[in-house]
Ligand binder design. Structure first.
Ligand code: DAH
Length: 403
């Protein structure tokens, strides 16, 4: 049998022919004919919209596509679907469902438009027609009653299940910051912040970092102007706070910092730090050790041991770096601690009296300690995250693990 040239047929006629008659034997030919049906529906609905069709015209379109006896969809399910070979059945089923849904939605849409148009027309002539039921709420607002420029849903079915909006989770970095704030506020610290766009005076000068110090290099720092940078650490807030307040002082400063590092598994040009500063009479290195040991045990668990190693920072003297016992191998030596049993964590020290001179604190009366640590680093260790970039991708498969 020579197949009929379906492209010349009206769509209702086309749907009434068998696949055999139309010579449709494979998936590609099926796709083509459904594409034509989709487009046909869209253009017929479009034509009706443009011509502001009558109720009769809309009903005719509905019968043509969705009619129970001879509608296009019915012809397809009765004729094509029933007799198609197995592998084509699935395609016909899926495409027909989609087509039916589209026809139902679009035709209901035009009908609704017509109905609203009629109401607006009546109302503008001084007669008040009742609104469709679901618009009861709108009648409570007389402005809306007169304006009807919005398109409400066609009906309200209060038995439908509600929209499910899954609860989000706090970002792991926010959780870590919150944990840190909680521990330090319980020790009497308050939370301060400062600007991310910072002057070189606060970021470097007043922290005793001289003009030619390597950390001031524009290789490492984002300069905005020669006197303005994206702060490279949270330490400038030490100075800002001491300028505002007199001792005694106990603050922590969570916030974003920026460095010109290429992103990789352990670096990011933007990351977070928490700074700490305590100034009072009689503050000693023992206070520093006790505070950080208490913090790290509260944060990581009581079994964690701490170790202070001599180090150097321009703004503290003496300075130290703090390690914790490796959380992953009970100090047997592993990849994370590079076999040493210890993990390097943060910098700290006794406030260099040079800083007190910048803020006019009496260095003979007061002493203090300071510390600074990376939030991402703490979070990676606490949760076993291998790649710092995960914190910034916003992938909910990652984020949802921190419930
Ligand atoms: N600001 C230092 C950095 O970003 C960290 C630091 C070290 C802060 C020692 C301090 C400190 O307050 O005492 O690398």
């Amino acid at each position: 049998m020579t197949p009929i040239d379906g492209s010349q047929l009206d769509l209702a006629d086309l749907a009434a022919r068998s696949l055999d008659e139309l010579g449709i034997t494979d998936a590609a030919a099926l796709e083509a004919v459904f594409t034509r049906l989709d487009a046909g529906l869209a253009s017929e609905v479009g034509a009706l919209q443009d011509s502001a069709g009558t109720a009769d015209a809309i009903e005719a379109l509905r019968v043509r596509w969705l009619g129970r006896k001879q509608g296009i969809i019915r012809s397809i399910t009765d004729g094509w679907l029933k007799n198609a070979p197995g592998e084509l059945k699935r395609i016909i089923g899926q495409r027909t469902n989609a087509l039916r849904q589209m026809a139902e939605e679009q035709i209901a849409g035009v009908a609704k438009q017509l109905q609203l148009g009629a109401i607006a027309e009546e109302n503008s002539q001084g007669r008040q027609m009742p609104l469709p039921q679901s618009d009861w709420a709108a009648t409570q607002n007389s402005a809306a009653q007169q304006q009807l420029s919005y398109v409400p849903s066609p009906f309200l079915d209060i038995t439908l299940p509600g929209t499910h909006r899954p609860a989000g989770v706090r970002h792991p970095l926010r959780q870590v910051i919150n944990d840190m704030v909680e521990i330090f506020t319980s020790l009497g610290y308050s939370v301060e912040d400062g600007p991310e766009i910072e002057s070189t005076y606060f970021n470097f000068e007043a922290l005793n970092i001289p003009e030619h110090h390597p950390s001031r290099d524009d290789q490492d720092t984002f300069y905005i102007t020669p006197e303005t940078v994206l702060r490279t650490h949270t330490s400038p807030v030490q100075i800002r706070t001491m300028e505002k307040q007199s001792p005694p002082l106990r603050i922590i400063v969570p916030g974003r910092v920026y460095r010109r590092d290429a992103p990789d598994a352990t670096h990011s040009p933007m990351f977070h730090q928490v700074e700490g500063l305590a100034v009072d009479t009689h503050i000693t290195f023992a206070d520093l050790k006790g505070t950080l040991d208490y913090f790290l045990k509260s944060f990581f668990g009581l079994s964690v041991q701490t170790r202070f190693r001599p180090s150097f920072f321009p703004f503290t003297e003496p300075s130290a770096e703090v390690d914790i016992s490796c959380l992953f191998c009970a100090q047997a030596g592993c990849r994370v601690c590079k076999g040493s049993g210890w993990i390097e964590l943060l910098g700290c020290g006794m406030v260099d009296p040079a800083l007190f001179n910048f803020v006019q604190y009496d260095a003979s009366q007061y002493s203090g300690f300071a510390f600074g640590m990376g939030v991402e680093r703490l979070a990676m260790l606490k949760y076993g995250v291998q790649d710092i970039q995960q914190f910034y991708h916003g992938d909910i498969r990652f984020l949802h693990q921190f419930r």
